[in-house]
Write a protein that binds this ligand. Structure first.
Ligand code: NAP
Length: 137
């Protein structure tokens, strides 16, 4: 990445609409990166666009439970940032599906596209933890 300027570096931020995500998107925008925000409902990510200049931040649909959408959001990106996490399970949003399967799909997409990967886990992540959240993180 050192040979590329931020202006021609595309960063896909999974979970970019979340609490940490909007700060990450703002920080990347300030540093002139091109940003693709990968969110489950792209129509709800409009609030992120004013964080950058016109056309700098673009939202696409992606659900970490669906590998094809994760892969599509990674296309042409040089960096993938995974900020997706859940604190409780509801419906199809299971810890295993989001934290483990989903994170694996992002890692596979990074590998397939030769992109750098930044994965945000959690303090206390431990495969032996009594907490399912911490085990799956
Ligand atoms: N905030 C903290 O203090 C803290 C501490 C330790 C670790 N972390 C980790 O840091 C990361 C970001 O945390 P946060 O506080 O910013 O969380 P957050 O505000 O809950 O944001 C999580 C993001 O994940 C997205 N998401 C959830 N399920 C998804 C799915 N199936 N596919 C795609 N996107 C999905 C959410 O979008 P939707 O609108 O689509 O749900 C949202 O954009 C997480 O991995 C979290 O575990 C945070």
């Amino acid at each position: 990445m050192s040979a590329r300027s931020p202006y021609n570096t595309l960063v896909t931020v999974y979970g970019g609409s979340g609490f940490l995500g909007r700060h990450v998107v703002r920080a990347l925008a300030k540093r002139h990166y091109r940003i693709r925000v990968a969110v489950r409902r792209s129509e709800l990510a409009g609030h992120l666009q004013p964080l950058g200049r016109v056309g700098q931040i673009h939202a696409v649909q992606a659900n970490l439970r669906h590998a094809a959408s994760v892969e599509a959001a990674a296309r042409d990106a040089q960096v993938l940032v995974n900020l997706v996490g859940i604190l409780f399970e509801r419906g199809r949003q299971r810890f295993q599906a989001v934290h483990t399967y989903g994170a694996e799909q992002v890692a596979l997409a990074a590998s397939a596209h030769g992109a750098r990967l930044v994965h945000v886990s959690a303090i206390g992540a431990d495969s032996n933890s009594p907490s399912v959240y911490a085990r799956t993180k």
